[in-house]
Design a protein around this ligand. Structure first.
Ligand code: SDX
Length: 374
C-alpha cells in the first residue's frame, strides 16, 4: 500500500538522536537532558557547546581546556583571510560565511576526513566563524581585522569582532544567552541538510556548507532579519494593527511567528522577550519591544499564532548595535555547534538518508525523433 505523503516531511520521525528534545505541545526544549530555561539562566555558550558535542556538562578543568583550545582557533589562516578580503563588499554575510566555510576546508584539509576526528573541524569552525564575520564586516566599514583577544568569552569576542569595541557585561551576557538558545533545535531544516550530507560520508565542511545555505532562507534562519523590516514598515505603534491585519488579509506570513513543531509559545521566544526588554531598558530604548508586544497581540488574536525564536532576537541585536544582515550569521555562529554535533552523531551510526517521491508524471512515452517533433 503506497505510504501517505507527508509534505515537508511534517511529523515524520527520520532517526533517533540523543542531542535535543522538543516537546511542541508543552513548549519545552532540552539539550542532552537539560532544560533550555536552566541552561539560559545558569550556563554559557562554551559550556553548552561542550554539552552538545560530548553529551555531558564539563568539569571546570574540561571547560578550561575547551576554552583554551578554542581561543587560538579564532585566528584565520592567511590564505583564508586574503580570500575573504577579495570578496565583494556588497555580498550578503551569509554568502560570505558559506564561501569561507568551503574555503577553510581547502586551506586546512587535514580535518575534513569524516568520522570522530571531525570534532577538530567542529571546534575550528565554531571558533573561526566570528572572526570570518568580523573581518568582513569591519572591512566594509573601513576597519582593521579583529585580533584573537584571549580574555574575551565567545559571546564577548563575537560582539568585539563585529562592533570593533569592547561590549559591556550586559551586552556580552545578552548575546551569550542568545547563543545558548540558538545552539541546537533537533532536525530543523539546516541541521537536517547537514545530516543528509554527512549520511553520504561526505566531510564535515561540506555538511556545514549545506547547512549555511539552508539557514539563509526567510522561512528558517532568515526570519529575524525580516522582523526588523516589518517594524520599520509599521513605524509607530498606532499603525501596528492596520499593517499586521492588512498583511494577514493578504495571506502574507508575519515573520517571527508560527513554528512547525511548537503548538504553544517557543520557550526561546519567552527568554528572548525578557532579554530584549532588559537590554531596551538599559539602553533607554523600548520602542522595538513595545511594538513587538503589539504585533504579538494582533497575530495571536487574528491567527492564534505564537512567537518563535526569531521574533525578539533581531530587536535585541539591533540594540547591541548589530546591523540586520548580520542577524542570521549570528544564528549560524551559534547553530554551528548543533550542526556539528548532529554530523558527529550521524558518523557514529550512519545510515544514508534517502526518502522516495511519489511519481505522478507520465510513463511509457514513445521517443519521437527531433525531426518529427512539433
Ligand atoms: C526557525 O524548525 C525549526 O526548529 C526552526 C527553528 C530552529 O531553531 O532551527 O526553530 C528556527 O526557523 C523558526 C521559524 C522562523 N520562520 C518564520 O518566522 C517565518 C514565518 N513562519 C512561517 O513561515 C511558518 O510558521 C513556518 C515556516 C515557521 C512553519 O510553517 P508550517 O509548519 O509549514 O505551517 P504552515 O505553513 O502549514 O501554516 C499553517 C497555517 C497556515 O494557515 P492556513 O493557510 O492553513 O489558513 O498557519 C499559517 C499558515 O498561513 N501561518 C502563518 C504563519 N505561520 C503559519 N500565517 C501568518 N504568519 C505566519 N508566520
Amino acid at each position: 500500500m503506497a505510504a501517505e505523503i507527508q509534505r515537508g516531511l511534517e511529523d515524520v520521525v527520520a532517526l533517533e538522536s540523543r542531542i535535543c528534545f522538543i516537546d511542541g505541545q508543552k513548549g519545552r526544549l532540552i539539550y542532552r537532558g537539560y532544560d533550555i530555561r536552566e541552561l539560559a539562566e545558569r550556563s554559557t555558550f562554551e559550556e553548552v557547546a561542550y554539552l552538545l558535542w560530548y553529551g555531558r556538562l564539563p568539569t571546570a578543568s574540561q571547560l578550561d581546556e575547551l576554552t583554551s583550545r578554542l581561543v587560538p582557533l579564532r585566528e584565520l589562516p592567511p590564505a583564508l583571510a586574503r580570500e575573504i578580503d577579495e570578496l565583494p563588499l556588497s555580498a550578503h554575510p551569509m554568502d560570505i560565511l558559506r564561501t569561507a566555510v568551503s574555503a577553510l576546508a581547502l586551506v586546512e584539509p587535514e580535518e575534513t576526513r569524516p568520522g570522530p576526528t571531525s570534532i577538530g573541524g567542529a571546534q575550528r569552525l565554531t571558533a573561526a566563524l566570528p572572526t570570518i564575520l568580523g573581518r568582513f564586516h569591519r572591512r566594509r566599514n573601513g576597519g582593521k581585522p579583529p585580533e584573537a583577544r584571549p580574555g574575551l568569552s565567545a559571546a564577548a569576542y563575537l560582539l568585539y569582532a563585529l562592533l570593533d569595541r569592547e561590549p559591556t557585561e550586559l551586552e556580552a551576557r545578552a548575546l551569550d544567552v542568545a547563543l545558548i538558545l540558538h545552539a541546537d533545535h533537533e532536525l530543523n531544516a539546516s541541521t537536517f541538510s547537514a545530516r543528509v550530507t554527512a549520511s553520504t560520508l561526505s566531510d564535515l565542511y561540506s555538511s556545514i556548507t549545506s547547512a549555511v545555505g539552508t539557514l539563509k532562507g526567510p522561512l528558517h534562519g532568515g526570519a529575524n532579519e525580516r522582523v526588523m523590516e516589518l517594524l520599520a514598515e509599521i513605524g509607530n505603534p498606532e499603525r501596528a494593527e492596520e499593517v499586521v491585519t492588512g498583511k494577514l488579509s493578504r495571506h502574507e506570513r508575519i515573520m517571527g511567528f508560527g513554528h512547525r513543531v511548537y503548538k504553544v509559545e517557543d520557550p526561546r521566544a519567552t527568554i528572548l522577550r525578557e532579554w530584549s526588554r532588559r537590554v531596551g531598558e538599559a539602553k533607554n530604548e523600548l520602542r522595538y519591544y513595545e511594538l513587538l508586544r503589539q504585533v504579538e497581540a494582533v497575530v495571536h488574536r487574528e491567527k492564534g499564532l505564537y512567537p518563535n525564536v526569531d521574533l525578539y532576537s533581531g530587536s535585541m541585536y539591533t540594540l547591541l548595535g548589530i546591523p540586520h544582515d548580520l542577524f542570521t550569521p549570528i544564528f549560524a555562529a551559534s547553530r554551528v555547534v548543533g550542526w556539528t554535533a548532529h554530523v558527529l552523531e550521524e558518523y557514529e551510526d550512519l545510515r544514508l538518508i534517502r526518502p522516495t517521491a511519489k511519481y505522478v508524471g507520465p510513463t511509457d512515452l514513445p521517443y519521437v525523433p527531433i525531426a518529427d517533433r512539433r
